[in-house]
Design a protein around this ligand. Sequence first.
Ligand SMILES: [Zn+2]
Length: 197
Amino acid sequence: MPTFTETPDREDHVRGLPLLRTPASGKIQACITSPFVLGCYTHYWGGRTVPCEKPDCEACNASMPYRWHGYLSAILKKSHEHVILEFTAQACDAFDDYVKHHGQLRGCAIECYRRPSSHNGRVIVQTQPADLGQVTLPDPPNIPSLLCKMWNVPMPEVSDFHREGEVSRKHLVKKDEENGSNASGFNPADTGLQHTR
Ligand SMILES: [Zn+2]
């Protein structure tokens, strides 16, 4: 006899969410479901983005540059698909400003696009409180867990997470702008994942 339920047993459905970056042309319109941006240092290594795993990091040992990326979850406006969005540190400034005024990002409607429209175009993020009406946002996914699965690396210990203040992303952004995108001179030795609240 079947057991009918309104939703699948979530414990049995650990599914990956698509990871999206701001496209070269066009825009992403979405409503954020996660409360804050969560990010970590990454390398472009072996043809893909991988997390920096200091102190024992193959890419660092090969002198590969690293940069910080922020991640948040959101529902796409048109398809209602739940996705993870990846942003550079510079683009995350818009989220910092929103959190200053609204306390958190959940329920924030965003439009992001590049200006000029190219892969190297600066990412522009526009934010405003979403008009949710009757819509109930889904719970945010466990972003570190999904990222670690995607990268095929173990989850860091909770003690490896850092609150803002211990690591200054602002410093990094400034350095990134001076030096191109990488090699900020910031020591990523104790990075791991950081809340940017
Ligand atoms: Zn590294």
